[in-house]
Design a protein around this ligand. Structure first.
Ligand code: HEC
Ligand code: HEC
Length: 450
């Protein structure tokens, strides 16, 4: 072979190898998805400046930077230590570069990873998070104070998932190009507690109201609507979100970490099948999940979230690129203006307190005994074994006095769940009220096994 041929051969070999290496890129990769949900590679520009993070203690009424700054930072905003290398930042925040230099931005794990009974769990909704505190106190990267025209969170562990998206979509044409803002609807009182990721694989429709096809990839791309992202940048991230979707489908249900009385659980299983399975499904190898959306009138829990993805916002969202998506079967991904809540699968439900879409009920015992539910309560916001109530299954709480709650500064008040406030009602779902205490205990024991 002469020299020219051998060079051509090498070029061919290189091209062929590159093509081979490219091949798996076309398939969805849960391995890449697992990295992407913590911001590797970064998908958003910084929201906060790196120096602002170092100096945020100046807003905490302390004289100097606390020696345990990183821990105090986590405790103040309800964040958790990262179980991966994260340059000293808590899980859910990461460093990234932007027009104004290096800064910090959140990733999916801010809301979708947490700790319970001493275990850090990726995919568990962050029931401690005070996202409002984070936005109020960390200086924004652009250097001008931006007052957002809505409240992102009213109480720890919940966010308003509708209004911020409406606000960001106002600046976008249906094709996601930037535009002079239009007017969409804002809400005052929506509280939504992020559902656990391990449930997605059992669902045909997702989100608390069951309004979104569970195959949708683009719906989560609403997380990219920062005005610093171009339409082209957003659309280019679709394969990353396909990877993320495939990762979420691999997230496994965490096992109950304390002893279980299996005889009692078996009794509870019978009661569950009789009283609960028609909505929540059955479990184990032949388990079936009915994916039922229960009308607001029937379930009776707080109606605000379950009726908010509708009207003007819904109609505009449906015109955007985000909603123009084909599922794996080639059919249009559907959205429904549902007025109700989907009865969620109860796999790993021991870990997901507080309960209901608005986090208004602290334990499973209280889910199953509506008359005993606490009205105004707080908790340590610690996430160790001693903070977990293994008898009632959920968080240990203490009840509070309304008159005290109202006098506190906002960041302290958000540690108190007040079920008399709009959006935070703990009414409804009275399906366990008829049980005797013994029956209720048996059902709770069974739920620990799921
Ligand atoms: C600021 C908090 C927050 C961040 C950040 C966030 N989410 Fe969520 N997510 C939520 C909340 C709250 C819901 C529930 C919305 C509803 O139904 O009311 C949700 C719902 C979901 C669901 C549906 C779960 C189900 O079973 O119904 C998926 C999947 C999801 N998010 C993925 C992501 C991904 C991927 C990212 C990052 C790109 C992300 N989220 C970032 C708060 C957040
Ligand atoms: C008519 C349908 C229906 C029946 C029957 C029913 N549930 Fe539910 N359940 C729901 C719906 C809908 C929700 C979500 C309500 C919300 O978030 O506002 C829910 C929520 C729950 C939750 C909280 C889940 C979470 O992650 O927050 C638990 C626990 C639960 N149900 C257990 C039970 C048990 C045990 C029974 C039987 C005694 C039962 N349910 C009977 C529809 C039902």
């Amino acid at each position: 072979m002469n020299r020219t041929w051998s060079i051509l051969g090498l070029v061919w070999l290189a091209t062929a190898t590159a093509a081979l290496a490219d091949e798996p890129d076309k398939a969805r990769s849960p391995v890449r998805g697992k990295e992407a949900v913590r911001g590797v590679p970064a998908m958003n520009p910084p929201l906060w400046s790196a120096s602002g993070y170092e100096e945020v203690w100046k807003r905490w009424a302390v004289k100097e930077k606390p020696a345990d700054f990183a821990k105090r930072f986590r405790d103040r905003y309800g964040l958790h230590e990262a179980p991966y290398e994260n340059n000293g930042l808590p899980m859910g925040l990461h460093y990234t570069k932007g027009l104004f230099g290096k800064g910090i931005v959140n990733d999916c794990l801010l809301c979708h990873a947490s700790r319970v009974a001493g275990e850090t769990i990726i995919g568990l909704g962050n029931a401690s998070l005070d996202v409002q505190g984070l936005f109020d106190e960390l200086p924004k990267v652009v250097g001008v104070p931006i007052t957002l025209p809505f409240t992102g969170s009213h109480v720890r562990g919940t966010i308003d998932p509708i209004t911020p998206v409406a606000f960001l979509l106002e600046f976008r044409t249906p094709d996601l190009e930037l535009q002079k803002p239009i007017k969409l609807d804002y809400f005052e009182n929506i509280c939504s507690d992020p559902p656990a990721w391990w449930l997605l694989k059992r669902k045909k429709t997702r989100n608390w109201n069951g309004g979104v096809d569970a195959n949708s990839v683009r719906v989560d791309m609403a997380n990219l609507l920062s005005p610093f992202n171009s339409a082209a940048h957003i659309k280019k991230q679709e394969p990353v979100f396909a990877d993320i979707h495939s990762f979420i489908l691999t997230v496994e249900t965490p096992k109950y970490p304390f002893p279980i009385d299996h005889e009692l659980a078996n009794k509870g299983k019978g009661l569950f099948v009789q009283n609960c399975a028609r909505c929540h499904g059955t479990y184990g190898p032949d388990g079936e999940y009915p994916n039922k959306v229960v009308p607001l009138k029937t379930v009776g829990t707080d109606p605000i979230l379950g009726s908010s993805f509708s009207g003007k916002n819904f109609d505009y969202f449906m015109k955007t690129w985000l909603a123009q998506e084909k599922g794996p079967d080639g059919k249009q991904i559907e959205y429904q203006d549902q007025r109700g809540y989907q009865a969620p699968p109860l796999d790993g439900v021991w870990a997901t307190a507080p309960y209901f879409h608005n986090a208004s009920v602290p334990t499973i015992y209280h889910v199953l005994n509506s008359k005993a539910r606490p009205k105004i309560f707080t908790r340590s916001f610690g996430t160790e074994k001693e903070d977990f109530d293994a008898e009632r299954v959920g968080w240990k709480i203490s009840e509070c006095d309304r008159s005290i709650a109202n006098k506190l500064p906002a960041i302290e008040r958000r540690r108190i769940y007040d079920t008399t406030r709009p959006g935070q009602s703990n009414a409804g779902h009275t399906f366990g009220d008829e049980f005797t205490e013994a029956e209720r205990r048996a059902v709770i024991e069974y739920l620990k096994t799921l």
